[in-house]
Design a protein around this ligand. Sequence first.
Ligand code: KG4
Length: 337
Amino acid sequence: MVNILAIESSCDDTSAAVLSDGMLLSNVTASQAVHEQYGGVVPELASRAHEKNIVPVVDQALKRAGVDKEQLSAIAFTRGPGLMGSLLVGVNFAKGLALSLGIPLVDVNHLQGHVMAHFIREEGEPFNPPPFPFLCLLVSGGNTHIIRVKAYNDMQILGQTIDDAAGEAIDKCSKVMGLGYPGGPIIDRLARKGNPDAFQFARPNIPGYDYSFSGLKTSFLYSLRDWLKDDPDFIRHHQEDLAASLEKTIVEILMKKLRLAVKDTGITHVAVAGGVSANNGLRNAFHDHARRYGWTVYIPKFSYTTDNAAMIGIAGYFKYQDHEYCDINAPAFARIG
Ligand code: KG4
C-alpha cells in the first residue's frame, strides 16, 4: 500500500492531504483571513500564518485519514512556483519530516498540481478524468496558461499571460470598485444579476496563444473614472452590470485563445483548472463550447479549484510510481525558468 502525505503552501492556503494507493483519504486546508483587510496577499503575513498552521493541518490530515506517520511511503510537496516565504515553510517541513521518517520526497510543480486535480479519486465520487492528450486552461490568481497535457508527468505550455493573470485582473477591478477581497467570488455573484452587454472594455490583440489582461484592467479603471465624474454613485448604481460585463470580457478573452489552440492541435478534450475555474460564467462557456464545437469538457469539483494538497498528492503519487524522487537539497523556486 502506497501512502502519500502531500503538503501545499505556495500562497495563502496551508493544506495537507493523505492518499492511499492514489485514493484521497483526507484534505485539510487552513485559509488565511489576515489578508482580507489589505485587499491582497501580504507575503510576510502569509509565511507567518503557514508557520502557525502547518503542524495542526498535517496532524488533522493524518488523523482524518486514519494513517499514522510511520505508515507513510513518501511526502509530496509543492516546490514552486509561488511566494518564496510561503513555499519555504512547506518545503522545509516536508524535508524535515521525510528525513526523520527515512522516506522519499517527491517534489510537485504547483501548475502541474492544478492540472492533476482532474485525477483526484474519492470514495463514492464519480471519476471521469480526461484521456491523454488533452488541453487544460489553467486560470488562477497567479497563472493563466494553456497547457497541452501528454501524460501525468509530461506537459507543455502552449501559451500564457504576458502580464497579469486573469484572476489578478478580476481581483484588481473588484478592488477599484471598492468590493472585498478576493474579488473573484464577489464578481461572480454580482455578475449573475447583471447585463453582460451593458459596458464594453478593451480586449487584447496579441498573436498566438498568449494572453494579456493589463489593457483590460486599465480600460476598466479609466472608464470608471470618467463615469464617476458624471455620477459619483456610478459604481453602486451599476455594480451588477459592471461585474457581468467584466466577467463576459474576461471569459471571451480566455475562450478565444483556447478555441485557437483546439483548432490548431485537433485536441478536443478540454479541461479547466485553478481558482478562476470556480467562475460560473467560465463554466457555462465550457458547456456552451461542448455543445457548439463538440468538445468534451472537464470541470473540477469546486473544492479542488483553489489551492489544495489533494492535487499535489495525486501528482506526487504518479511521480512516486515512476520512482521520481527529489533530492533533499532541491531548493524551492518562486518562478518557472
Ligand atoms: O488557484 P487559486 O486559489 O490561487 C492561485 O494559485 O492564485 O486562485 C485564486 C484566484 C483569485 O484571483 C480569485 O479571485 C479567483 O481565483 N476566484 C474566482 C472565483 N473564485 C476564486 N474568480 C472568478 N470567479 C470565481 N467564482
